[in-house]
Design a protein around this ligand. Structure first.
Ligand code: AP5
Ligand code: MG
Ligand code: ZN
Length: 216
C-alpha cells in the first residue's frame, strides 16, 4: 500500500507517518527529513536547499522528485510507503505518478489532515525532537514522560528546527495555500482523497487514518 499524507505545516504529517511506520511496517518517506539530512551532511542537494528551507519556500520540483525516486529504489517492492510532505505542487504530483508507475507501484490513498491555521503556529513553535533518534515532542501537547529525557532512546539532547519560527511558518503556510492545496482536487477527482480531522487528539487522528487504510 502506498499513501500520501497531505496537510499544511504542523498538520501532523510526520507524527502520523511515524505511528503508521511503527504499527504497519510501512516506510515513511519525508522529503523534509531527507532535505534536512542533506543540509546537515553538506551534500550538493543540501547546499542548494538550505537557504530556501530557512526562508520557508519550496525546494525545486526536480530535486525533491529526484530524492523520492532514489529513496524508493532502495526499498523492496512489497514495502508500503507513506509519502510525508511530498508531493507539494502539481508538477510533483505528476512526477509521483510516473515514479510509481515506473516501479510497478500504485497510489492507494491520499489523506488530508484538515486543521485550523490558528493552531498551526502554536504547534510548530512548540515542537522539538530528540537529537539522537528523531522522536517528536511538543512543549504542550506531547512532553516526554520523564521531563528532559527521550521516551524512545533515553537521550537528554533535543533540537528545534531553524524554520520553526512564526515568520517562516507564515511563509510556509502561504506556500501551502498557493501551491499545495490546489493538488487536493486532482486527487479528489480520481476518488483517492479522504479527509481526517487533524484537530483531534493524536491518538484519535491515528485511529481515523487506520480506519481508512483498513476499509475495503
Ligand atoms: P517539511 O519538513 O515537510 O515541513 P512542513 O510541511 O512544513 O510540515 P512540518 O514537518 O512542519 O509539520 P508536520 O505536518 O510533519 O507536523 P508534525 O507531525 O511535526 O518541509 C520543510 C521544508 O522542506 C519546506 O518548507 C520546504 O522548504 C522543503 N520541502 C520539503 N518537502 C518539499 C517538497 N516536496 N517540495 C519542495 N520543498 C520541500 O506536528 C507538529 C507539532 O504538533 C509536533 O510537535 C507534534 O507533536 C504536534 N502535533 C501533531 N499532531 C497533533 C495533534 N493532533 N494535536 C496536538 N499536537 C499535535
Ligand atoms: Mg513533518
Ligand atoms: Zn530519542
Amino acid at each position: 500500500m502506498n499513501i500520501i499524507l497531505l496537510g499544511p505545516p504542523g498538520a501532523g504529517k510526520g507524527t502520523q507517518a511515524s505511528r503508521l511506520q511503527e504499527e504497519r511496517g510501512m516506510v515513511q518517506l519525508s522529503t523534509g527529513d531527507m532535505l534536512r539530512a542533506a543540509v546537515k551532511d553538506g551534500t550538493p542537494v543540501g547546499l542548494q536547499a538550505k537557504a530556501v528551507m530557512e526562508a520557508g519556500e519550496l525546494v525545486s520540483d526536480e530535486i525533491v522528485s529526484g530524492i523520492i525516486g532514489e529513496a524508493l529504489d532502495k526499498l523492496p517492492a512489497e514495502t508500503g510507503v507513506i509519502f510525508d510532505g511530498y508531493p507539494r505542487t502539481a508538477a510533483q504530483a505528476e512526477s509521483l505518478d510516473d515514479i510509481l508507475t515506473g516501479r510497478g507501484r500504485k497510489l492507494d490513498h491520499v489523506i488530508e489532515l484538515a486543521v485550523d491555521e490558528d493552531a498551526l503556529v502554536e504547534r510548530i513553535t512548540g515542537r522539538f525532537t530528540c537529537e539522537k533518534c528523531g522522536a517528536g515532542y511538543h512543549d504542550t501537547f506531547k512532553q516526554p514522560k520523564v521531563a528532559g529525557t527521550c521516551d524512545q532512546c533515553g537521550s537528554t539532547e533535543f533540537k528545534r528546527r531553524p524554520d520553526d519560527n512564526e515568520e517562516t511558518v507564515r511563509t510556509r503556510m502561504a506556500e501551502y495555500r498557493a501551491k499545495t492545496a490546489p493538488i487536493l482536487p486532482i486527487y479528489e477527482a480520481r476518488g483517492l482523497l479522504q479527509r481526517v480531522d487533524g484537530m483531534a487528539d493524536i491518538d484519535v487522528v491515528n485511529t481515523s487514518i487506520e480506519a481508512i487504510l483498513d476499509a475495503k
